[in-house]
Write a new protein. Sequence first.
Length: 369
Amino acid sequence: MSATTPTLSQGRVLMGIAVLLVVVLFAPTRTSAHGGDSGTAATNYRSEITDPGADGLTWNTRGGDGLVELTNNTARDVVVFGYQAEPYLRFVPGEGVYRNSLSPATYLNEDRFGDVDMPPGTSASGEADWVKVSVDNSYAWHDHRTHWMSRTDPQMVADDPSSEHLIIDFEIPLQIGNDSPITAGGNLRWLPDVAWWPPIVTLAATASALVVATALVARPTEDRWAPLARVATIIVLLVVAANIVRVVDDLAKSATSSERTLSIITALVTLAAVIALCTRAWNGYPSGFGALAVAALMMMLLYGGEAAGELSAPQLDTSLPDWIRRWTIAASYAVVAPVLLTVGITARWHARNLREVAPSEQRITAPST
């Protein structure tokens, strides 16, 4: 027997380890309802601007309650005020957006809960120091008036997290040109979790059924099972392709260049490792199916585990449709099922081959009496 050919016991050990990992990691941990410090992670909170304040102003929210975005379509300057009525942002048609570097809001907005140290010179009463932050007529920022500022959920949410709740109504003060100050208004709501398991179960069952159908129709040759290996490999590669799209989506909202660099390195290393393992599995030799199992577990750990909370969070920070991102993460978990099923089928086939070959080898090598 070749040293690269797995025995039945090796296959069972591999499957046991994989099943243990699935049990530990399969049920997604619930993401923080508040998201991360930047306020742009998956969340149960949704801020919505219901009154723009004036014609020509377009508001959007991103990441549930993470960011507020204003687009100035008027022909006049628009100033957004900070928490102490100081000028904070200035939208200038044809030039872009400026931020007051001396406004306390500039620094308070860097942390979701405003837990920052103010630099010297920060003042709500002095002259504004305008620094250009965008060349467009749109700008997005984290605004503490639009989200829940406590690290613990409101009592109404704690009492009944499975229902929708109106948490607060809020206002954002602003001024257009030299007109009297006005406000844009909105509200913050709590949305209950969505069910995380339907996409995982649906994808796992569909892919597993395809594996079983292939095993029944395309039988193995003497020493390999290429059709089954290739179907399982294609399933893994499809999940890889979907996650590449998700990584690009993540890069678009990365706050810093270091975050982008880390995401790119992680994606490239994972991609290279998974492709190498899939290449080993492609021809259907027994040793390749173990490599395929490792590839699937890598997908679950690196692409599923780090985003598990997004499966149940009703608000996602994404430029993709929510269902695409949620089902891509689900596929990173679900891919383990068809691959482990493939490993189990091939391990049983290989073990049967070994039992059939062993007696004949004993007859050939047995000494004559």
